[in-house]
Design a protein around this ligand. Structure first.
Ligand SMILES: Cc1cc2nc3c(=O)[nH]c(=O)nc-3n(C[C@H](O)[C@H](O)[C@H](O)COP(=O)(O)OP(=O)(O)OC[C@H]3O[C@@H](n4cnc5c(N)ncnc54)[C@H](O)[C@@H]3O)c2cc1C
Length: 339
């Protein structure tokens, strides 16, 4: 029986792979990718499958499942350098840093997936993003065949993007984070988190408390994986928040000025284009729908296909464009599918 991408992704969608290769050391990961490239076999790197929309037809080549596991920490002058292999589960790493009193990651508690994927779209939540604390990223460059260590300036980090996004040229082997030895977290910029912690935005609180509040909020929004909750059978936010010219921004929408552009809330645009939470549940087979807890998450209610999910995504993208003249783009990686 061929392995199914549906069993490797949080959407639980996607057909068979040509072959499944599980790697448990960095050398094995490099060798597996190099031998696919040498043989001309398409290679799909799979971490936790939480940002992957895979075709119903599957993947014709090798799916390389990253299961490396090392963490090395070195303390110096109140700072802690933590080098983490790509296969380490992100939230397990965050939990460990909070328990050790290494400050910097607590606001990003509960994001699914593995550490190696975090630089790719510069993952973030609640006012923090990994670019704030990344010291270097070790990559295999599939074009040159070389393993290189990149400083953050070279990584091209932006809002949910980097030099590693929209290309399969680089395989992330490990990531080094520069954290502080402190029981306190970084300043809490996100209003809802600050309010629950009883502090002003920009204030600090113990990392354990920040983690607890963030996990609570994520669960309430269906953004914490829970196999029993179909609202979490998703890739998190399907669409990325768009940046538009100031004159294009709808006057009544929430907006933030960034470098001469305006960042809009994709969730607000979707909701105000007529797609409420749970949209799709009452229609047709009802196998795909917006999450009942968050308008940005497109979810598999059980028995869905990728084609159905993309049909819903197109309906929403086109509805938003017709109402506001803003075209939403997907945040997740689409493997073998057109959108
Ligand atoms: C419920 C839910 C909530 C979420 N909330 C957030 C959030 O708050 N913030 C946020 O930023 N994201 C969020 N996400 C998206 C997702 O969790 C992140 O993007 C995560 O970093 C993906 O990690 P992964 O290991 O699952 O990647 P995968 O889905 O396995 O892979 C995603 C892409 O990265 C590539 N890739 C994976 N590992 C590597 C590697 N080592 N080297 C090269 N390429 C690689 C894959 O080929 C694919 O293109 C959420 C997802 C879900 C399901």
């Amino acid at each position: 029986m061929p392995a199914l991408l549906a069993d490797l992704t949080t959407l639980r969608l996607g057909g068979p792979v040509g072959r499944l290769v599980t790697v448990s050391s960095t050398d094995e990961l490099v060798d597996a990718v190099r031998s696919c490239d040498a043989a001309g076999e398409p290679a799909l790197i799979v971490g936790g499958g939480s940002n992957l929309v895979a075709a119903d037809a599957g993947w014709p080549g090798a799916a390389i499942l990253v299961r490396t596991s090392g963490i090395d920490a070195a303390e110096h002058d109140g700072a802690v350098s933590v080098r983490v292999q790509a296969g380490v589960e992100w939230d397990a790493l965050v939990a460990r840093t909070v328990a050790e009193g290494w400050s910097g990651l607590a606001s990003m508690s509960g994001i699914p997936g593995l550490t190696g994927a975090t630089p790719i779209q510069n993952v973030g939540a609640y006012g923090s993003e990994v670019a704030d604390v990344i010291n270097s990223v070790t990559v295999l460059d599939r074009t040159s065949g070389r393993v290189e260590t990149w400083p953050p300036e070279r990584c091209g980090f932006g809002f949910r993007t980097s030099a590693f996004k929209h290309t399969d040229r680089y395989v992330v082997l490990d990531v080094t984070f520069e954290l502080r030895r402190s029981r306190d977290g970084v300043p809490v910029r996100y209003l809802e988190v600050a309010r629950r912690l009883g502090i002003e935005p920009g204030g600090v609180a113990p990392s354990e408390q920040v983690r607890d509040v963030v996990l609570y909020l994520r669960r309430s929004k269906g953004m914490l994986l829970d196999a029993a909750d179909h609202d979490t059978w998703s890739v998190g936010s399907f669409f990325v928040n768009p940046f538009v010219a100031p004159e294009v921004a709808p006057a009544d929408s929430p907006q933030w000025s960034v470098d001469g552009k305006v960042k809009l809330s994709a969730a607000w645009l979707i909701e105000n284009a007529g797609f409420a939470k749970g949209y799709g549940l009452d229609r047709g087979s009802g196998t795909v729908a917006l999450s009942t807890k968050h308008t940005l998450a497109l979810t598999n209610r059980g028995g869905a296909t990728t084609a159905e999910l993309l049909e819903l995504a197109r309906e929403i993208r086109d509805g938003v464009e017709a109402k506001f003249g803003v075209r939403l783009r997907p945040e997740a990686h689409l493997a073998g599918v057109e959108f």
